[in-house]
Write a protein that binds this ligand. Sequence first.
Ligand SMILES: *[C@@H]1O[C@H](CO)[C@@H](O)[C@H](O)[C@H]1NC(C)=O
Ligand SMILES: *[C@@H]1O[C@H](CO)[C@@H](O)[C@H](O)[C@H]1NC(C)=O
Ligand SMILES: *[C@@H]1O[C@H](CO)[C@@H](O)[C@H](O)[C@H]1NC(C)=O
Ligand SMILES: *[C@@H]1O[C@H](CO)[C@@H](O)[C@H](O)[C@H]1NC(C)=O
Ligand SMILES: *[C@@H]1O[C@H](CO)[C@@H](O)[C@H](O)[C@H]1NC(C)=O
Length: 501
Amino acid sequence: MVCLYPYVSIIASLLSALKFCASDSYVAAVYEHVVILPDHTDIPVSPEEALVLMNRNMDVLETAIKAAAQQGAHIIVTPEDAIYGWNFKRETIYPFLEDIPDPQVNWIPCTAPERFGPAPVQERLSCMARNNSIYVVANIGDKKACNSSVPQCPRDGHYQYNTDVVFDSEGKLVARYHKHNLFMMEKQFDYPKEPEVVTFDTPFGKFGIFTCFDILFHDPAVTLVSKLQVDTVLFPTAWMNVLPHLTAIEFHSAWAMGMQVNFLAANTHNTSMEMTGSGIYAPDGPRAFHYNMETDDGHLLVAELDSHPCLSATPPATVNWSSYATSIKRFSSDEHDFPGVIFFDPLTFTELTTPEGNCTVCQKDLCCHLSYRMAEKHKDEVYVLGAFDGLHVIEGKYYLQICTLVKCKNSDLKTCGQPVATAQTRFEAFSLSGTFGTKYVFPEVLLSGVQLAPGKFQVLSDGRLVSHHGISEPVITVTLFGRWYEKDPPQPQQASLYGYI
Ligand SMILES: *[C@@H]1O[C@H](CO)[C@@H](O)[C@H](O)[C@H]1NC(C)=O
Ligand SMILES: *[C@@H]1O[C@H](CO)[C@@H](O)[C@H](O)[C@H]1NC(C)=O
Ligand SMILES: *[C@@H]1O[C@H](CO)[C@@H](O)[C@H](O)[C@H]1NC(C)=O
Ligand SMILES: *[C@@H]1O[C@H](CO)[C@@H](O)[C@H](O)[C@H]1NC(C)=O
Ligand SMILES: *[C@@H]1O[C@H](CO)[C@@H](O)[C@H](O)[C@H]1NC(C)=O
């Protein structure tokens, strides 16, 4: 008995560990929200008026949270700016802010609402989590007093942060994250001097959190996944889509695949600002996604995910992005190359002139190889293979290496790289690779109508992005979107550095 006991317990713990890795799953929800915007954002309102607007938005979020809980969701993510909107000035956002304490204080706002002064928004979010027994992720504004005679402190005597909060299923505040990489228009907010790396543990995995524009930069996004090894990233966003490479569903699902992590993206919805596209993404592809440019409606997505995706990944996570591309010679010469532009970046293009073929295009150190077979070549549809190796400098400075197959807007080669949302050309097969200098590459496949292609492509361990079974829908783009963080200028860059807005 004495001898057997430890033996049995080792077996038991091995078994439970195996079960934990292989079969643990949970249900995630994200809600795309049509934000009820303030009437104006140029003159300050009273705190009471601010709360009335925030409660109207929280009424809508509450309905989504209840519905998600009823469908068995363990956690729900709501979007950035979902509770009060955007386009504020520093003074006009102020009545919407609350002092949000460090989660270490161990606080359930629902049961002790006045503990840190008035906090009606945190109280209500906490109660929604507690009453419905679900983790609630929301984006609100934090204010922190500072001494205005200290140089870093803003002249009005406080910092204002774009902040994500997480309440657990008992309503306890378990995470607070201050956005680091503010987008140009967010003049109402300050950013923390050092990026905050925020994680928390749950019975269904380890979570990390960051916001919108943060996804384009190394810190804290990459650190959370590669150093802290979170299982799932929570991502409130107010994302304006940019074709062909930076639509929300396309880039966020690619990031999940490139980083081998679960990713829960909740976007705001406003078609006139090109804001739509939310999803529940696993490393091997989307479990659910939503894109709607037709109507202005909210939308709830609910789907199951592995709690520990890297342990159950097939194939395993190690991809050498340049292995195949550096092992072969050029497929084609550069004699028909021509210059073009995608989202302000100067690319080198070559046209796909035949229904099937192998071609290569290079720029600086990056050579991109494509093997493809179209189902049929449409005379009026032109596709090009493009390469970009350089610093992107508009709306933020960040170094890119891009290999891309894109459909041109029309048969004039000058339109190649301009946004297109539809196509007619189907591809029976493609294989795209590049001689990347970075190990951070995000694989994108976008189909006609701005749709994803779950299960229709994969990345091989030698870095080739290959089609699976022939793709039934026409293709807008197939892209390997590489980020070379080491070549970035210091981050973050302040809005005042830009020549506009
Ligand atoms: C939570 O439940 C309590 C008691 O049932 C109720 O008074 C409160 O209004 C509920 N709050 C929310 C946000 O659902
Ligand atoms: C603010 O900083 C100044 C200069 O360092 C100091 O003299 C002053 O006492 C500080 N005020 C408060 C309220 O801490
Ligand atoms: C979308 O955003 C714009 C700009 O803020 C605003 O004027 C418009 O009313 C919004 N649309 C909807 C449906 O909320
Ligand atoms: C990737 O493959 C290339 C070519 O086989 C090789 O030179 C390189 O060292 C590999 N990189 C890594 C990080 O293993
Ligand atoms: C493309 O390359 C593959 C393998 O190198 C070869 O089998 C195929 O015939 C080539 N296709 C064309 C159209 O040249």
